[in-house]
Design a protein around this ligand. Structure first.
Ligand SMILES: NC(=O)c1ccc[n+]([C@@H]2O[C@H](COP(=O)([O-])OP(=O)(O)OC[C@H]3O[C@@H](n4cnc5c(N)ncnc54)[C@H](O)[C@@H]3O)[C@@H](O)[C@H]2O)c1
Ligand SMILES: O=C/C=C/C=C(\O)C(=O)O
Length: 485
């Protein structure tokens, strides 16, 4: 019998197994590090029933008491921080620096933020003048939706799961989390924390397994009142079809093909470092990452050379090694997908400024999913490489002449998630940003987050917004009560 740990589902306050499992692989060296026990249909149905039943406890609990428990979840996560860090790194191969400064701190902060904010999730009140000269009182009360299915991706596993779980639970909903089959470890630890803190059975459930099996069963389950999903646009389309007959509310954070615009009046050093960060962070596996860079012709050559130097000095290697910026991609399957786009770029006639292949270490890492950061030039905006989301450490740089041209080119995509604008001209920043068909624009920075701000995209990049009151609105069902006075 294998000595490797088995990660299991957590349903109705118990860790349960189906006995059917698949391997969990470390992308640094291709080693199997655990087995994932995949939830059966019966287990999924039990999770739905348990979540429904928990509406009598969790759903009716006073908000102050509910949110105090969510603060306890954050406290316990903080106590077990190193375990969460090591688990996230084992699943993804991310650098220790990134996991320590982004993934795990935000995973915990999401609970604290929404545990505080939900206590202000009050309704509205109106005194209504009625036609007969008297009055009426209109007031609304926010109720939980009920049972919420949460489906999360592998690129920022804990951060993106708790970005949904925290507001959903803070608003009184019971949650069924289905994390990516690539990255179940921190979700499993979160289930342990929920259990240790004493969250009522059924308020939080974890079902592990493949999206096509377990994810699809969750979205089509009749007892689930809403679905919140972060992942690929193609998956979003499948989920939309799956919930259509039941007219279930959905919140979608989907794919992107994000641009950075560098104007001639940008601080060139800041812009080069900023675009290197927005293109290569997390091995390019962030939905907000830059894959298209538009640089004013006057500084094009200087910028290309500067970004090449930044890319060539990025340290790629073991997650725990000092100074490592980039680990591997999340899996060999994803590595093959990104490499296929490098080959497509060749076929489409791109110039490779740097990269295009796989780094060689002559050790176990050659069995991992490593890849070179890559910079391309020379392709048209209509090339597939410039239209399709690659989701790896690669960007294409094009020159432009003026504002109207570059705005039109940036908007020429089926996606609309994020953009970055580099200019020291304040008027230009405020003039250009609102003209970009995206949900998020960063000016002279990138991925700087205020959890109160609306977060989400348009077109193929999503439906709805998360963050602050936007999350509370999605996870609440207001009931308006009108009383004749
Ligand atoms: N907009 C955002 O905030 C955001 C954030 C992160 C990732 N993403 C996008 O996610 C993609 C990468 O993540 P990924 O590969 O995990 O995405 P994915 O769509 O393959 O998987 C996401 C989740 O959906 C599940 N899933 C897959 N098929 C399903 C189905 N038919 N029914 C129900 N669930 C299903 C998966 O198991 C996983 O848990 C990229 O396109 C990226 O742009 C978007
Ligand atoms: O890969 C996508 C990143 C999404 C980030 C957030 O949703 C966030 O920072 O809240």
């Amino acid at each position: 019998m294998s000595e490797l740990p088995v990660l299991t589902s957590y349903i109705g306050g118990k860790f349960v197994t189906s006995g059917v499992s698949f391997d969990n692989v470390n992308p640094v060296n291709g080693q199997v590090i655990a087995h994932i026990d995949e939830a059966s249909l019966e287990m999924i149905n039990t999770a739905v029933a348990s979540a429904r039943q928990a509406q009598d406890t969790w759903g009716k609990m006073p908000v102050k008491q509910r949110c105090a428990l969510l603060h306890k979840v954050a406290d316990r996560m903080a106590e077990r921080e190193q375990e969460f860090i090591d688990a996230e790194i084992a699943d993804t191969g991310k650098s220790l620096h990134q996991v320590q400064t982004i993934d795990i701190p935000r995973g915990t902060a999401n609970f604290r933020f929404f545990a505080d904010l939900a206590q202000f999730n009050s309704g509205e009140t109106f005194i209504t003048e009625t036609p007969d000269g008297s009055k009426a009182l209109n007031y609304s009360v926010n109720k939980p939706l009920g049972v919420v299915g949460v489906i999360s991706p592998w690129n920022l596993p804990l951060l993106l799961a708790t970005w949904k779980i925290a507001p959903a639970m803070a608003c009184g909903n019971s949650v069924i989390l289905k994390p990516s089959e690539e990255t179940s470890s921190t979700a499993f630890l979160l289930a342990q924390v929920m259990d240790e803190v004493g969250i009522p059975p059924g308020a939080f459930n974890l079902i592990l397994g493949r999206g096509s099996a377990v994810g699809d069963a969750l979205t089509s389950a009749e007892g689930v009142d809403a679905i919140t999903f972060t992942g690929a646009s193609a998956t979003g389309k499948r989920i939309m079809k799956s919930v259509a007959d039941q007219v279930k509310p959905i919140s979608f954070e989907l794919g992107g093909k994000n641009s950075a615009i560098v104007f001639a009046d940008a601080d060139l050093t800041k812009a080069i470092k900023g675009v290197a960060r927005s293109s290569f962070t997390n091995c390019g596996q962030v939905c907000l990452c830059t894959e298209k860079v538009y640089v004013h012709r006057a500084i094009f050559d200087l910028f290309v050379e500067g970004l090449k130097q930044e890319a060539c000095q990025l340290k790629i290697g073991y997650p725990y090694d000092d100074g490592v910026f980039m680990g591997p991609l999340v899996s060999s399957t994803h590595q093959q997908k990104v490499l296929s786009y490098y080959r497509l770029a060749e076929d489409e006639g791109a110039t490779f400024v740097t990269g295009g292949g796989v780094p060689r270490f002559n050790d176990e890492r050659d069995n991992g999913a490593f890849i070179e950061p890559t910079i391309l030039t020379g392709l048209s905006d209509t090339a597939r490489v410039n239209q399709e989301e690659i989701f790896g450490p690669v960007c294409h740089i094009s020159p432009f002449e003026d504002e109207d041209e570059v705005i039109a080119r940036v908007n020429n995509t089926q996606y609309g998630l994020a953009a970055a604008v580099w200019t020291e001209n304040l008027s230009r920043a405020h003039r250009v940003s609102p003209q970009l068909d995206v949900g998020l624009v960063w000016v002279n920075t990138w991925f700087l987050r205020d959890l109160r701000a609306p977060f989400g995209g348009v077109k193929l990049s999503g439906i709805g917004r998360e963050g602050g009151q936007h999350s509370l609105a999605f996870y609440s069902e207001p009931i308006n009560i009108c009383i004749k006075i």
